[in-house]
Design a protein around this ligand. Sequence first.
Ligand SMILES: [Ca+2]
Ligand SMILES: [Ca+2]
Ligand SMILES: [Ca+2]
Length: 300
Amino acid sequence: MRSRSLSRSIRRTFFSASLATLALVGGAALAPADAVAAGRLQPDLVVDLMVTDVLNPAEGETFNAEIDIRNNGTGESSPISVTVSVPSGLETTTPYATDAGWACTVASTTSYTCSYPELTAGGRASRLHVPFVVAGATPGSTVPITTTIAPARRESNTDNNTGSVTVAISGTCVIRGTVWHDLDRDGQREEGEPAIADGPDGVLNVRLWARQGQAIGGGSTTVNPDGTWSITARTELLYEVRVEASSAYARTVADMGDDATDSDMVTSYQFEPTLLVASAEFSAVHGGEYVVDAGLVTQS
Ligand SMILES: [Ca+2]
Ligand SMILES: [Ca+2]
Ligand SMILES: [Ca+2]
């Protein structure tokens, strides 16, 4: 009896001594709940970002999905295994061996599997690049690509282990217009108002300008003797039509009256040494036909 009583007493003393030691080491007293959380260090792997390096790839072209993975948890993860889906319309190709730490294999016709070493708490994996070939996707459609991280051992949250991005498949459209001389400056093309022809004293060029750096597209042309022009262009991006002409001209008033016979140039970027005017930005989609006319007046 006595020995047991003694033993309990010793244990109690020992326990309070350890708590005191903990408090001293930590520099502040730890509340019991904090002590428990600190003792269970859990990883939380997250698909932090998923993008493609090309916004609008076309049939037969190769583009990359770019994927950032990090550990938002409090503990180190186990080695990481990631599945990247290959949807219908896209095909796998040889994975890269250049992403530090990553090793990818073609798991099947519908997925890649990629592995990476353990990530410490707060750690980020080097960016993963996964190549895709457009094969049989419908022009103008959007195709989703999904990344799924296999749950790490003791992972605290697996709801954020998936990320996805959609890529738009480029098609073709026709963009065309007429450049004319708006003699009476009313913004409408009437009978007798002439075309402005190609050349240093007329129209230097017509160009499709794309603001989105990761979009592929554009094109340029000169006008025909009757002032008309036409460009067949890639789609699933935003374009602006820019007309460069002699500085003898300026832009007439835009969007005045009947759209079939008005001028669609809403911006003047430059007057010297050449005139540079532009349409509003518009979304070009597969199969579309866009008429963008330019009325110019004599520079006064
Ligand atoms: Ca997670
Ligand atoms: Ca007119
Ligand atoms: Ca218009």
